[in-house]
Design a binder for this molecule. Structure first.
Ligand code: ADP
Length: 244
């Protein structure tokens, strides 16, 4: 049994089948990349894994337990499934350090966060995350002083601080420079190592850099699955995606 399994996962919106009987198995610690044309159903699949959208039928199993259709808060907190949307979601009025701190505290009340910050172990943990996301030197600045890429890294750090087992990333390199994109790939491979990762991506060079296994979606269905090499040599994939 795989760690994360989608079985016949299907969702309809007003009769339109956006995701049609998708079967997908991801092993614990695997880094799975999902590619496919716009409208293929990639984000909707993540919406169903994270509880934002209820499947019409089919299941999402995590470690054998059915989580499909459960409350997003429960999926995030009890089942430890973290999510990063396309744009950076950070607190603009808090410093880089405080953003990580509040994420580490589990987004609790300010009072709890203030008490929480006192221990040396917590400080060490925050500093360790700041170093991993290359923002230690920027720890005392507000996110508005960071580049777009650095804000994305900050959010990745905030997700890590919540200690998820599964992390979903929706186009983590959107809007990044080539240099930031490359650094993001290396960062994902090192700091998220051991986590089970589902990454939606369009940048094919980035896919090459990070992918272990690639799943190609088209019109709500799995078109192909395999290594980067296999996928990019697959005539069907070239026809529906790579040539567009
Ligand atoms: P991708 O992420 O691959 O670009 P999406 O998962 O965002 O694709 O969308 C798949 C299809 O489902 C698209 O045709 C989109 O318009 C449709 N869709 C997604 N969410 C909804 C919704 N809440 N209501 C109606 N249609 C939706």
């Amino acid at each position: 049994m795989a760690y994360l399994e989608l079985k016949n996962l299907t969702v309809e919106f007003n009769g339109f089948r956006a995701v049609n009987e998708v079967n997908l198995s991801v092993e614990k610690g695997e880094l799975r990349v999902i590619i496919g044309p716009n409208g293929a159903g990639k984000t909707t699949i993540i919406d169903m894994i994270t509880g934002k959208t209820k499947p019409t039928y089919g299941s999402v199993l995590l470690n054998g337990e059915s989580i499909g259709g459960k409350d997003p808060y429960k999926i995030s907190n009890k089942y430890k499934v973290g999510r990063k949307f396309q744009g950076p979601n950070v607190f603009d009025y808090m410093t880089v350090y405080e953003n990580i701190e509040v994420a580490l505290s589990g987004y609790n009340s300010l009072i709890k966060t203030l008490t929480f910050r006192k221990t040396r172990a917590v400080k060490n943990e925050i500093e360790d995350i700041l170093k991993k996301i290359n923002l230690y030197d920027e720890r005392n600045v507000l996110p508005s002083f960071l580049s777009h890429g650095q804000r994305q890294w900050l959010e990745m750090g905030m997700i890590l601080a919540q200690k998820p087992e599964v992390i979903t990333l929706d186009e983590p390199t959107a809007g990044m420079s080539a240099d930031e994109t490359y650094k993001t790939g290396e960062m994902i491979k090192t700091i998220m190592k051991g986590k089970t990762l589902i990454v939606i991506e369009h940048d094919i060079d980035f896919v090459k850099q990070i992918a272990q296994t690639v799943t190609v979606l088209s019109q709500g269905e799995v078109l192909a699955e395999g290594s980067y090499k296999e996928i990019t040599a697959n005539p069907e994939v070239i026809k529906v995606y790579l040539k567009t």
